[in-house]
Ligand binder design. Structure first.
Ligand SMILES: [Fe+2]
Ligand SMILES: [Fe+2]
Length: 188
């Protein structure tokens, strides 16, 4: 195999795209489930593509990256880097939802009604401080929702995966908070 092809296959194998400066250097468990379970899939769909979800985080942080690019280069890089980690979370949750027996379309199925993800879930914001405040709030809400779902899901593999994702969200919360202290001192 030529080196180019070998490198490419390495880079799409899963580990490479989360090997970034903003990532926690801890391995992820392989997505796995004890058995298919429609109710658990419904809970995880909320984290996957609900209003507060990985889909929303990916798109919100990527939009904030675009708005910060010219003026706040370090913060722009942070938003881009975290957005890519959230995409890895999306992948892990999507694979889990499939294993639970549900197609991982970008929608929730609460009350068995499909509600598709939409771009109004993103907080676009007006300035650096309201954007950072919203990013911090998003991470806090994500952690709270993951903790709640961990309690409701009696499957050790899923609990373990959510625990690892929570570790990332706590790390993101710390990173966003430290940038808020730098650019928005006094922000509550
Ligand atoms: Fe995430
Ligand atoms: Fe996050």
């Amino acid at each position: 195999m030529c080196d180019d092809i070998k490198n490419k296959s390495l880079s799409i194998s899963g580990a490479e795209h989360v090997n970034r400066w903003c990532a926690l250097p801890a391995p992820y468990p392989e997505p796995r489930v004890v058995r298919p379970n429609h109710y658990y899939a419904m809970l995880i769909l909320e984290d996957y593509a609900g209003a507060v979800s990985e889909m929303t985080a990916i798109n919100q942080y990527f939009y904030h990256y675009l708005t910060f690019e010219e003026k706040y280069e370090d913060l722009a890089e942070l938003e881009e880097c975290i957005s890519i980690i959230e995409m890895h979370h999306l992948e892990l949750l999507g694979e889990t939802i499939r294993m639970l027996g549900v197609e991982p379309e970008y929608r929730t199925l609460t009350h068995n009604q499909p509600v598709y993800w939409n771009a109004s879930f993103v907080y676009y914001g007006q300035n650096i401080c309201d954007r950072l405040a919203s990013d911090i709030a998003a991470e806090k809400m994500a952690i709270r929702n993951y903790r709640m779902h961990q309690q409701m899901i009696d499957d050790p593999y899923i609990k373990e995966l959510l625990e690892r994702i929570i570790m990332d969200e706590q790390h993101h919360l710390q990173l966003f908070t430290s940038y808020a202290q730098k650019y928005c001192p006094g922000m509550k």
